[in-house]
Design a protein around this ligand. Structure first.
Ligand SMILES: [Zn+2]
Length: 379
């Protein structure tokens, strides 16, 4: 995080080494204390940024209270969280609670405690561990640490059920997760971007030709069996660029080692975030070639004059209507009074006449509209 000072978080696993803490039901308190601390650290590292974590102990060793205080004086944490499991002589007693010093408090201790408590209490409800709330108490640690300090007693190991829960790794995972989320919320730690959690691609080479990329892939395979190369697109448009990825690796340090190994062998290797969607599954098809120009232009089929067949009913022996009259005028420039006169004209024009009886159909090979226009001109 640029511009913002990282929050320093001290995680103190209670007891350790020769100091087992409370012991009951085959559980030594120091053991789940440390397990939950380590898991909390990991959850914070994996999911949040903007922090620096200092562990009072990361192994089963004794760290005295004065030593913890000295460490805190050096580290100057923004928050100190003390991890414990509780004990009661009554094995029926159970539950979860958080403690603050019964005296003056540093800064936002109360708000921090409230946020962390709330986060853990939500999970405790799901496993039927009673929420005993918050207490003020004169614990040595909450008095001695010169920083906002919250002491958590997750469960009672003197309670057989809770002792069992305390050693269940899945329960420990959840306790750690909810403690970490509470701490992150209290200190307003930014969430890690999804990209930062992605695995890495170690890119050995780039090619604009797919076949060249495949060749480079084969070369890498020959170099070491631990290389698992594949080809991916860096981009598709306007012209493709192919990445030859030597291997996908989760851990950045492993990715760096492979990158350096490749560089030693002359590859311009680099590391990029993995992008599974960019993997080239099949040889990409070449772009569709433009259709070749035809040898000679296809001769245009002779445009057929549309044969407009427009039947016209004409009553035999009747005078023609004005309509028919101007039609025939158009055809012939003559007024025609009856069908008897019409027949020879039509015949001359090669116009087909079908039908008989009361009317005939005159099949005109030209557009009626043309005739109409002609007849209009003739007027
Ligand atoms: Zn304890």
């Amino acid at each position: 995080m640029s511009g913002t000072k990282a929050k320093v978080i001290m995680l103190g696993a209670g007891h350790g080494g020769s100091d087992a803490g409370a012991t009951a039901n085959g559980v030594q308190e120091k053991v789940p204390n440390l397990a939950v601390v380590l898991k909390t650290e990991k959850y914070l590292e994996d999911n949040f940024t903007g922090h620096k974590i200092v562990l009072v102990r990361d192994t089963d060793k004794y760290v005295s209270l004065p030593a913890r205080r000295d460490m805190a004086l050096r580290v100057n944490p923004d928050l100190y969280v003390s991890f414990h499991f509780d004990y009661s002589s009554n094995s029926n007693v159970g539950g979860f609670w958080t403690f603050l010093h019964d005296g003056p408090l540093y800064g936002e201790t109360k708000e921090y405690r409230k946020t962390i408590h709330k986060s853990i209490a939500g999970y405790m409800q799901t496993i039927d561990v009673q929420d005993r709330g918050i207490r003020r108490h004169n614990h040595h640690i909450t008095r001695m640490i010169p920083a906002p300090t919250v002491l958590i007693e997750y469960m009672f190991i003197s309670n057989p059920r809770e002792a069992q829960l305390s050693m269940n790794t899945q329960v420990q995972d959840q306790l750690a997760k909810h403690t970490a989320i509470g701490i992150a919320r209290a200190l307003k730690l930014p969430k890690k971007e999804q990209a930062e959690k992605k695995s890495h691609w170690v890119v050995a080479a780039k090619h604009s030709e797919y076949d060249a990329a495949v060749e480079a892939m084969a070369e890498l395979k020959r170099m070491s069996p631990s290389i698992e190369p594949f080809v991916a697109y860096e981009r598709k448009e306007p012209s493709p660029i192919f990445l030859v990825v030597a291997r996908e690796l989760d851990r950045l340090d492993h990715a760096n080692a492979l990158k350096n190994w490749l560089r030693d062998r002359g590859f311009a290797a680099s590391i990029i975030p993995a992008d599974p969607g960019a993997i080239v599954e099949d040889k990409p098809k070449p772009p569709e070639p433009a259709p070749p120009p035809p040898d000679k232009p296809e001769p245009e089929p002779p445009r057929k004059k549309p044969e407009v067949i427009r039947p016209i009913g004409v009553m035999i022996g009747e005078r023609m209507t004005d309509h028919e009259a101007w039609l025939l005028k158009g055809l012939r420039g003559n007024k025609v009074g009856s069908l008897g006169r019409l027949y020879p004209i039509l015949k001359d024009l090669g116009i087909k006449v079908t039908g008989h009886g009361d009317y005939v159909r005159i099949h005109l090979p030209v557009d009626f509209q043309t005739l109409r226009e002609q007849s209009e001109e003739d007027k």
